[in-house]
Design a binder for this molecule. Structure first.
Ligand SMILES: [Zn+2]
Length: 177
């Protein structure tokens, strides 16, 4: 099954099946929010959902391109990532009886299958993608950094004017010569 720009899967049917039953999904997202100021594009995931005793285990592989800021020159650039994830999800409501299910302790890192029997792959995909990004985000190995760009606007303006006037001077030279 294929999800386009969506990370939510209804697992009602799978929850009625025996432990070990599984489904395969592919997910494609044009854009994906990784964090408050961090987005990725062209995100693709191959996911396998398996019925386990407690609920559903989602195992997957995710790739994409994060749009990040270079720590040296402060320009935005594209940082590809590829990561694996495994996330278990537990039900809120028993799919057969419709009764509430005892919830896991808060310290157990288990995802939630909501009252509509839907789980969301976004959180594990987001977490592993962020972890996979380099600690030092640098657009290229020989990035010169901000020193050149640190010049004040006036200085840059003067430099541009200088280039412009030498071009103009060159034009004058050719017309005169
Ligand atoms: Zn840079």
């Amino acid at each position: 099954m294929h999800l386009e720009n969506d990370t939510i899967i209804n697992v009602a049917q799978l929850m009625k099946e025996d432990v070990g039953a599984h489904r395969k999904y592919t997910v494609d997202l044009d854009w994906f929010t990784l964090d408050e100021d961090l987005a990725a594009k062209d995100v693709h995931a191959d996911v396998r959902l398996t019925r386990v005793t407690r609920g559903i285990l989602a195992g997957g592989h995710v790739t994409g391109t994060a749009i990040v800021e270079c720590v040296r020159c402060l320009e935005m650039y594209e940082q590809p990532f590829t990561a694996d994830f495994d996330q278990e999800y537990g039900p809120t409501i028993d799919v057969r009886s419709g009764l509430l299910v005892a919830q896991p302790r808060p310290d157990e890192e288990i995802g939630t299958i909501d009252e509509s029997h839907e789980l969301d792959l976004a959180e594990p995909m987001r977490q592993v993608a962020i972890l996979e990004l380099p600690i030092k985000l640098i657009c290229r190995e020989d990035c010169p950094g901000v020193s050149d760009l640190a010049a004040t606007d006036d200085e840059v303006g003067d430099r541009r004017l200088g280039v412009l006037s030498s071009l103009l001077a060159g034009d004058e030279d050719t017309t005169e010569g």
